[in-house]
Design a binder for this molecule. Structure first.
Ligand SMILES: Cc1ncc(COP(=O)(O)O)c(C=O)c1O
Length: 453
């Protein structure tokens, strides 16, 4: 038996809880509005009960906390079972691109395996090279690289907001939420606005104190629904009220980009992220994203004004204190940027085609998904959350590996699974997936597509 799982999350931040217990009486409210954890209040029992579905799945399900024994292109082997992997975020298939793989040894020969200086001590020339190329690709004023998006949220959000106010999207990614909580520990206030609701946001901003620093923190392409917000409206609010807009586009970078008459698909060109895709400027805005999804490399960035970059070099702890990304990741980033110029739009066209085929097939099968964007994150909610275990097993037994979204990672009415196509899937693998979705539909209660007549 594995240890009981603590819930990791790759989904949304928990909804703010209003629940207060009797033994909280007389205490100042906790900073995040949640019940306090006191030995006497049974918090551990409550927590164990809330997470029991997830714990059971983690302990027993072959598609949770799995060890992958072998990989061949998009097929993976777990024990004796070969499956097609629909759970990775390697959207462009750069993890398998031969030109990118072949580029690595030369960099290792020159730089060794790992720089191991903190960036403030010294950065291999590869860093300024990547920052320059990324600045050009994004069309931003500047770019700062740090190892992961999590590092960026935890360190940069508190610096930017100080003791001001964070307007936090109600379904912001857990890592943005956690960054906001660190900021709250340093004296910031947090105000939640309804997911993607810019009118609600503007009301809250109007009621806030303009003398204090204020930031709006939210996702670009959403990691669960696969949809993107109306960035033009959020950008307008940021400019009109002189608030900083802070956007995490982990899933849009590399996938969607600027529109052009020559574009190979509706994802646009170059993969230079949601702001360029929607034609929105960087005024009053910083954009955060990672290379660990579409670029298959352990690295992340923040696109920002140069003055802010210089300040963060001394104020954001990871630049001073954290180890940097390994040389292999810097190498695959540089090679990936080159491949993106040469073949990125072809890869995006393939990615769009696979995603579109799956979405069309699901429409024909009347299987509901919240995805209305056509971006490559396809969540399939179950009508009955108790079936997640059996649905997962059915998919596993039929050679389909997906991300399972169990309670409490997502609310009970959103329990289901998520499919992420990549450019490296083959047409036959898409056929197989569609066939299995067809038989799955006959056996389990998936959320029905509400077809309007
Ligand atoms: C929207 C979003 N932000 C941040 C992260 C975390 O990224 P990193 O692994 O670079 O910390 C993820 C990862 O799943 C994500 O989906």
């Amino acid at each position: 038996m594995k240890e009981a799982a603590l819930p990791s999350t790759n989904g949304h931040a928990p909804a703010q809880q209003k629940h207060r217990r009797a033994d909280d009486e007389g205490l100042a409210p906790s900073v995040n509005g949640k019940p306090r954890r006191r030995q006497v209040d049974g918090w551990l029992d409550r927590w164990v009960s809330t997470t029991q579905d997830l714990t059971r799945l983690t302990n027993t399900h072959p598609m949770m906390d799995a060890v992958i024994d072998e990989q061949q292109a998009r097929r993976i082997r777990i024990g004796d079972q070969w499956l097609v992997d629909w759970a990775s975020c390697n959207y462009l298939g750069f993890d398998l691109d031969e030109e990118i793989i072949a580029a690595v040894p030369e960099y290792l020969a020159k730089w060794g395996t790992h720089p191991s200086w903190s960036r403030l001590l010294g950065s291999p020339r590869l860093y300024p090279e990547i920052e320059e190329q990324m600045t050009e690709l994004l069309g931003s004023e500047d770019v700062l690289l740090l190892p992961t998006i999590t590092h960026i949220h935890m360190s940069v959000i508190p610096v930017l907001v100080g003791d001001g106010t964070i307007f936090l999207d109600g379904r912001a990614h857990k890592t943005i939420y956690d960054g906001a909580m660190v900021a709250a520990g340093h004296g910031a206030s947090i105000v939640r606005f309804r997911h993607n609701d810019f009118e609600h946001l503007e009301e809250l901003i109007r009621a806030s104190d303009p003398a204090l620093p204020r930031i709006i923190a939210m996702d670009g392409v959403n990691s669960m629904t696969g949809n993107g917000p109306n960035m033009a409206e959020f950008s307008r609010i940021a400019r009109d009220h002189d608030v900083l807009l802070y956007v995490d586009d982990a899933h849009g970078f590399g996938v969607i980009g600027e529109r052009s008459q020559d574009e190979t698909s509706s994802y646009g060109m170059k993969g230079n992220s949601i702001l360029r895709h929607q034609g929105v400027s960087y005024d009053n805005t910083v954009l955060v994203a990672g290379l660990s999804k579409a670029y298959s490399s352990l690295l992340a960035f923040i696109a920002l004004p140069t003055g802010m970059k210089e300040a963060l070099k001394v104020l954001a702890p990871p630049y001073l204190y954290s180890g940097p990304s390994p040389v292999a990741s810097l190498a695959t980033t540089i090679a990936g940027l080159e491949v993106n110029k040469k073949r990125g739009d072809d890869y995006r066209a393939t990615l769009w085609r696979h995603t579109d085929r799956i979405l069309q097939a699901m429409h024909g099968l009347e299987i509901h998904t919240p995805n209305v964007s056509g971006y490559p994150i396809i969540e399939i909610p179950l009508a009955d959350h108790n079936e997640i275990d059996d649905v997962g097993r059915y998919l596993f037994d039929h050679g389909i590996y997906v991300t399972m979204a169990a309670y409490p990672l997502v609310p009970k009415d959103e329990v289901g699974f998520r499919i992420q196509p990549t450019a490296a899937h083959s047409d036959e693998e898409v056929d197989e997936l569609i066939a299995v979705l067809g038989t799955l539909k006959g056996r389990f209660q998936l959320d029905q597509l509400h077809v309007s007549v």
